[in-house]
Every structure is written in C-alpha cells, then in structure tokens.
Ligand binder design. Structure first.
Ligand code: HEM
Length: 518
C-alpha cells in the first residue's frame, strides 16, 4: 500500500495539510445557502473544518449514534466544507433513500475516479444510464431466481472448505478467503481456484487493493490537491498511485479471466458463469465494443464487490460459532432431523432449515460489515420533515446504529439467531436487508452471498465443531473478540479449534474425499 511505505510523520503532516487546504478551498468556493429552511439539527461546526475533528477516526458510526441521542434520527454536519447528513434510524432511511430514490441514488464524483478509470465499477458510477445498464446485467445474473445456476459451485467449494479446515485448522481465515474467492471466480468466470497463491487470484487481489487505496477519502483528497502524485514512478514511495501502472494492473485483472475462458470455449467446453451468460439484445450500451467493455467491468465489479465481503462475513460467523456452542448444537440437531447423517445438506433443504438462515441474518446484524454503508449523494435539493437537504449532500446511513436499536433488537450485542424466528420456528420477514444498503443502490449480490453463506454454515456444521483455542496443556484460552476498523469492519484475527464432530457418517467422509480428489 502506498501510504504504508512512507514515513508516518511525513504522511500525517501531508494529510493534515491536505485536509486544511481542502477545507479552505471548499469554504471559499461554496455558494451561499439558497433556502430559508433550516438544515437538520447537528453539532455546531468550527470555522473551515466544520465537525471534522469531533468524529472518532476509528468508529465514526459510534460518534454519529451519540449525536443522534442529542439531535435526533437525522443529523446534519459539515466535514471539510462538505454537507453531510447522517441517518440513524431505519424508518427515516427507508423514507428518504428508498421512497425518494430519484433524489438519493447518486455518488460523489472525485477527480481520481475518472483519472484512474474506476468508473468501470458499478459502485462508483454516478446515477444515470450507464449505471442503470450495469444494474440490469447484475440483476439478470444475481436475482433470486437466477442464482440457482451457481448452486453446484457453492456446494463443491463448501466441501473443499471443510477439507481445508480439517487439514490445516490454524489457517482457517486463509481457507475462508480461498473459499470466497473460489465461489465468486467460478460463478463469474468459471475459473477453479485451488489456493490463494494462484497467479490469477493474485492479479485480481492486487487490482482490488489498489482500487480500495485510490478511492479512500484520504487518497482522493491528496490527489485532488497534488495531482502530480499520479506520476510518481513505481519504484519510489507512493509509487502504487502511479496512474499508468494502475491502468495496466486493472486491465490485466479484467482481461486475463476472459482469455482463460476463451481457451475453455475453444476446447469445446460449455461453462456456466456470468461471463458466458448471453446479454439480451435489449441490454446494450453504445456500440458492441463499448457494451463488451462495460460487461468486462461489471464482471470485475462482481469479483471485487463479492470476494472480501464474503470472506470477512465468514470470519465474523466463525467467531460467533466459537463463542456460541449452543448455536452449533441446535444446527447439528436440525441437520440430523431434516437431512440425516448419510449425506450433506444442500440448498434444496434450505426452507426446512430456517435456523441457518437466522444465523446468516444475525451475523450481518451482530457485526455490520459496512457500518456506515457506502455514501449516497443527493442529485437535487430536497425538503424532508421541514429540513432543507441541498443538492450535493453526502448521505450516510448508519447501519451500525440501526442494528443496535434495542426496541427492535433487545440485548443488541448478544448473538441470538432466534430473534429472526417466529414462535413456530419459521423465519420472520427479513429486516436485515438494510445491512446491504438502501434504495436503488442496494447491494445486487445480497441473495447470492446469503446462499453462499447458508451452504457454508450448513456444510461446516454437518461435519465440524468449532471451539475456543487451547494452550499446550489443553486448557482453554480466551477468544479475541475485537474488531478491525475501516470502511469495512470485521473480527480481528483470532484463534480457535476446529475438529471433526462425533457421529459423522462414513458416506459423508467419502463424499468429502471424492470432492478433494476430483
Ligand atoms: C456480506 C457480503 C456483502 C455485503 C455486506 C455487501 C454490502 C454492500 C453495501 C452496503 C453496498 C452499498 C449499497 C448502497 O450504496 O446503498 C454494496 C454495494 C454493492 N455490492 Fe455488495 N455486499 C456484499 C456482497 C456482495 C456480492 C457477493 C456482490 C456481487 C456478486 C456485491 C456487489 C455489489 C455491487 C456491484 C455494489 C454496488 C451497487 C451500486 O452502487 O449500485 N456485493 N454492497
């Protein structure tokens, strides 16, 4: 990472200077407010920097939740001259972002997005025709009734995951990443990943990391003020921001999977994956070449958007299982009753095993992966409940605060899947969709990832038992329960034990072996 290899003191000074200059630029260039209506309430801003320094750097979502106790569900603040509205309640978020989605569906556009060619990725595109075209493709592939096409991949990869966990349990986080990359790469490009050393995975991972670096708010600011940073040679500190090298890296990650796929097609294979799905003739954008280029970008978006998110959620899920043996016991009993012990569960058992879906929902709620969602941006002025929300306001939906609402989720810090079940054991209507965002921008991969997580939990708990770590004398050690911080937040690395559970039928062991040898 570029900022990691610079001296920390210099980096801090550059960032502080950058922030101050940017604040001054925005303050001077900002037109006066043109409405008599008040903004929503919020903490009084300091000149130039606004409320920037009153916000926790590690957990801004906690600061915003505290503000909501004083100012209400919708809080206005100014960060570096930028209007920001933070929404802390699910009802208000639905009211604004879902019901007024024609106003709340845009994304802020930083100069770095176009300079680095990031607009191949749906996530960064402004609201408009090209974005709609992306969403049509994503919907066609990942809508609930289309994802069954990927069931075999999810099942096969889950069986490989169990094998990996049994053979090297200490490296479980690595296996969860291999599994996630494997499912998504196979679903998108029909590429079979064996391990994380795979050169293909390395290329795509490097491209993903560099996209994350360039789109971070600090780098965007830095590049806005010091555009020459783009030309720093690759061998100097900061060289990973070199724009020419960046383009090469992204192009390699986007094109290589297609070259590989073409080889398969030339050899007469008929792989089922996103990249071979026919694009309906109504789904075009510009000429054929442009359509094909966009299609490659949407495939890469699915890989970038789907891989780390799946692995990080599985890491949180493993922590939840280690800390809650009673949850594991219940799943094992359910699987025994519904599936028996001589085969593994598959997605056809899903409706008969609602507790596993409840676990998946609860892990999204218990440790929200993207606690502030991805910022939306208003494309025109709005008036909400008598408050003025100007065009160009950044909208942050505080999913973390929503997931901690005690009237909706009593004892919110407790991992309790049964809160998603009715008294008769059936699933309640899904109230955890907000953890995938809002309105027209809601994550298009949510049904696919929930199916992937379901099959992973079902397969793991049919065969394995997760427990706390032990020292060399076999005594249990405490489990690390902290969280990392960033745009996405996950469990800090922790230790655990993973063992074959008692009573697993020989047929199941043979099935797993057969999958490993295939
Ligand atoms: C646990 C896993 C995941 C979580 C928590 C998650 C969460 C999110 C969130 C919060 C957003 C922003 C939504 C908004 O702006 O309101 C988003 C956007 C997006 N996600 Fe996911 N996601 C996950 C998995 C996936 C997967 C598996 C895929 C693809 C197969 C995917 C593809 C995308 C794309 C393309 C967008 C951009 C949507 C747009 O801007 O229109 N995500 N995701």
């Amino acid at each position: 990472m570029a900022l990691r290899d610079t001296n920390t003191g210099i980096a801090l000074a550059v960032v502080a200077g950058t922030l101050a200059l940017e604040a001054l630029r925005r303050y001077l260039s900002k037109p006066q407010k043109d409405s008599e209506l008040a903004h929503p309430p919020g903490p009084p801003p300091l000149p130039l920097v606004g409320n920037t320094f009153g916000i926790s750097l590690k957990e801004p979502w906690v600061t915003y939740e505290e503000w909501s106790k004083q100012y209400g569900d919708i809080v206005y603040t100014k960060i570096l001259g930028q209007d920001v509205v933070v929404i802390n309640s699910l009802e208000v978020a639905k009211d604004m972002i879902d019901r007024r989605s024609n106003i709340y569906s845009d994304r802020a556009q930083y100069q770095s997005y176009s300079a680095y060619g990031l607009l191949f990725d749906t996530l960064f595109l402004p609201y408009g025709d090209e974005w709609r075209f992306h969403r049509r493709i994503l919907h066609q592939v990942f809508r609930p009734d289309a994802i069954f096409a990927f069931e075999d991949i999810q099942k096969r990869k889950a069986m490989q995951l169990v094998q990996h966990l049994l053979s090297a349990p200490r490296e479980f986080i690595r296996h969860l990443h291999t599994f996630s990359a494997g499912v998504v790469l196979d679903a998108v490009y029909s590429y079979d990943v064996k391990n994380l050393e795979d050169p293909f995975v390395k290329h795509i991972k490097e491209a993903g990391d560099r996209v994350t670096l360039v789109c971070s708010p600090q780098t965007s600011l830095l590049l806005g003020l010091f555009p020459f940073v783009k030309y720093i040679p690759t061998w100097l500190p900061g060289g990973s921001l070199n724009v020419k090298d960046f383009h090469k890296c992204i192009k390699r990650a986007q094109d290589a999977p297609f070259v590989n796929l073409q080889r398969k097609l030339d050899a007469g294979e008929t792989p089922t994956c996103m990249a071979t799905m026919p694009i309906p003739s109504t789904t075009t954008y510009g000429d054929n070449e442009k359509t094909a280029e966009i299609f490659r970008g949407v495939c890469a978006t699915a890989f970038f958007g789907g891989t780390d998110t799946t692995a990080m959620t599985l890491t949180n899920l493993t922590l939840a299982l280690v800390l809650n043996p009673q949850v594991q016991e219940r799943v094992m009993r359910d699987i025994e009753a519904v599936v028996g012990s001589d085969r593994l569960p598959d997605l056809s058992d899903r409706s008969a095993l609602p507790y596993i879906d409840a676990i998946v929902r609860e892990v999204h709620r218990w440790r929200p992966l993207v606690p502030l969602g991805f910022p939306h941006y208003t494309s025109s002025d709005d008036v909400y409940n008598g408050y003025f929300i100007p065009k160009g306001t950044t909208i942050l939906a505080n999913s973390w605060a929503m997931s901690r609402n005690p009237s909706r989720y009593p004892n919110p810090s407790v991992f309790d899947p049964s809160r998603h079940l009715a008294a008769d054991g059936s699933l309640l209507p899904d109230e955890t969709n907000f953890l995938f965002g809002f309105g027209r921008r809601i994550c298009p991969g949510r049904h696919f990832v929930n199916a992937t997580l379901w099959i992973a939990v079902a397969t793991m708990l049919a065969v394995l038992r997760f427990g706390p770590p032990c020292d060399e004398h076999g005594n249990e050690k405490p489990v690390e329960q902290g969280n990392t911080f960033g745009v996405a937040s996950q469990a800090k690395p922790f230790e655990c034990t993973i063992q074959l559970r008692g009573g697993v039928d020989k047929k199941v062991i043979e099935l797993l072996r057969a999958e490993q040898n295939s």
